[in-house]
Design a protein around this ligand. Structure first.
Ligand SMILES: [Zn+2]
Length: 201
């Protein structure tokens, strides 16, 4: 299954199952493009405002596609819709443009899968079904390969893990400088030297 974006995108908020506390979908931010694409083929079950009288409510301007698999795929918070209720769409068709309408504090697409078109319907694990990694802050291309930035982004790791790595690098003769728990240019360079040596063995 494709993601709603063609090209690179970032996971700004992960999926959390009920009582976790729940976030029923995954929030994605387009990096290469702001176009939102259908991730399934089916019929546009609804395209419009969640509340036409209050554009800050819920999903704001959103699209719900009833897929040929019978499930309902939601794409929330759009700035612009490119389809209307009743349209037939094919997977990867452009259905709208990323935005921040509804209950939202910044441009993103809330992507969610339910078994019926109403609030409180059974919610599916969108990451499990789509293959999009449930890693908040992760940046991926549309083949879901993590960007190098994601792999080495310090915020994804805690300081003590980085210190363990730095100590290990220093003790194996890869000078990464101070054991400071932050991944700077020296640590990055010594990590790559170590990886290069490992691959060449
Ligand atoms: Zn969301």
């Amino acid at each position: 299954m494709n993601s709603p974006y063609i090209g690179k995108f970032r996971v700004s908020q992960g999926f959390r199952p009920p009582e976790n506390p729940s976030h029923d979908g995954i929030d994605l931010v387009g990096i290469d493009s702001k176009e939102i694409h259908a991730t399934v083929s089916g019929t546009v079950h609804f395209a419009g405002w969640e509340n036409a009288n209050d554009h800050t409510q819920g999903f704001g301007q959103y699209v719900c596609i009833r897929s040929t698999d019978g499930l309902f795929y939601y794409y929330g918070h759009m700035s612009e819709l490119k389809v209307k209720t009743g349209d037939l769409v094919a997977c990867t068709d452009v259905i709208g443009i990323e935005g921040s309408t509804g209950h939202s504090t910044g441009n993103h697409c809330h992507y969610e899968i339910r078994n019926a078109f109403y609030k409180g319907a059974k919610v599916y694990d969108v990451c499990n079904m789509s293959g999009i990694p449930n890693v908040q802050g992760g940046t991926y291309d549309d083949g879901y390969r993590p960007s190098l930035q994601t792999v080495i982004t310090p915020s994804l790791y805690n300081e003590s893990d980085i210190k363990v790595l730095q100590t290990a690098l220093n003790s194996h003769g890869y000078n990464c400088g101070a054991v400071d728990g932050a991944i700077g240019p020296k640590t990055t360079a010594s990590m790559f030297s170590a990886l290069y040596d490992l691959w060449s063995l």
